[in-house]
Design a protein around this ligand. Structure first.
Ligand code: NAP
Length: 320
């Protein structure tokens, strides 16, 4: 018989850890499963400046604090690569590489991952100059020139971070205007180590067989093909939901995100979703945390409603 919990939280990022805190503090038995170290994307973030209570805090440090908070009321944490979730009557069965767990409710908090460009050279030079994580790999490019592809918050913020180790950071964007928040843009424009290539249709990551040497692109205004020399290429062109394991559950929209109501409930009773994996506009630590708190309470209400229903049907109340 698989181990049983009131609620299983899949994914231990800021949303998942907050949901675990709220649910365990409401005296529910909680298991957090994650296929990596707790903290989620915070582990790849250098300084977090927009989380209330801290003017600036290292991502992994905030992750540790959230973990300590999440586990203080008895929530358990275990490694688990979840491959499927299915409904068996009122039970939710969570299947991992190493076994099954059962719960009355499930909270999906698996987040999202970096989108790939899908151009020649991207895969070939992965780990040899192509990166999706400035904090992890920036130090390899000390006093070198690097390119950042994208124009959103991630591209520009991580580009600013890279101006620390790198000699020069060139942001290559497919339009002539950044998508990033104005305050981040201002900081980038004021940084002497940063420059911009506008209207760049990036077509290939170039290399010498062992390492990256540059980026081939088309200047969309003139149609001219050009090469931007670079020792490293950091790709930040958006994110994709990590929801493959929930395909059979019937909770995904046509693009793989999970729509919920304001209580974080999906269309399957007892299945909730929070954080970056939700179909929504703003993906922030603060929003994930708020949604986690709501989901913790919603799970409590859901389990209470199951008990009320059982009592109404003549069940004998349990000792707890
Ligand atoms: P994003 O906001 O979706 O931006 C993706 C960028 O990549 C856009 O500039 C987009 O160009 C470009 N792009 C997309 N596909 C491309 C392609 N095939 N080729 C070239 N360029 C392409 O993604 P993000 O920056 O990863 O941010 C994700 C979410 O996290 C956002 O909600 C963001 O606000 C949030 N975030 C917030 C912070 C913060 O508040 N400090 C930091 C990081 C991320 P277009 O502009 O032309 O579409």
């Amino acid at each position: 018989m698989s181990k049983q919990y009131d609620v299983i939280v899949i994914g231990a990022g800021p949303g998942g850890m907050t949901a675990a805190l709220y649910a365990s503090r409401a005296n529910l038995s909680v298991l957090m499963l994650d296929r990596g170290i707790y903290g989620g994307q915070m582990n790849n973030t250098a300084a977090i400046e927009n989380y209330p209570g801290f003017t600036s805090i290292l991502g992994p440090e905030l992750g540790q604090k959230m973990y300590d908070g999440a586990t203080q009321f008895g929530a358990e944490y275990a490694y688990g690569n979840v491959t499927d979730v299915h409904v068996d009557g009122q039970a939710k069965v969570v299947v991992t590489d190493e076994g099954e767990y059962q719960a009355k409710a499930v909270i999906i908090a698996t987040g999202a991952e970096h989108r790939k460009l899908g151009i020649p050279g991207e895969e070939e030079y992965g780990g040899r100059g192509v990166s999706y994580c400035a904090v992890c790999d920036g130090a390899f490019f000390r006093n070198r020139d690097v390119a950042v592809i994208g124009g959103g918050d991630s591209a520009v913020e991580e580009g600013i971070y890279l101006t620390g180790p790198a000699a020069k950071v060139t942001v290559m964007h497919r339009r002539d205007q950044l998508r990033a928040q104005k305050i981040i843009q201002q900081r980038a424009f004021a940084n002497e180590k940063m420059d911009f290539v506008w209207n760049a249709g990036v077509s290939e990551i170039l290399g010498d067989g062992t390492k990256v040497t540059g980026v081939r692109y088309v200047d969309k205004e003139t149609g001219a093909e050009r090469v931007q020399p670079a020792s490293g290429v950091f790709i930040y062109v958006g994110i994709m939901p990590l929801t493959d394991s929930f395909k059979h559950l019937g909770v995904l929209d046509e693009n793989g995100w999970i729509p919920t109501d304001e209580n974080m409930a999906t269309r399957v009773p007892g299945v909730f979703a929070i954080g970056d994996v939700r179909a929504k506009h703003l993906r922030q630590i603060t929003t994930a945390v708020g949604e986690g708190g709501q989901a913790g309470q919603s799970v409590f209400d859901y389990i209470q409603s199951l008990q009320d229903e059982a009592l109404a049907n003549g069940a004998v109340p349990s000792a707890n």
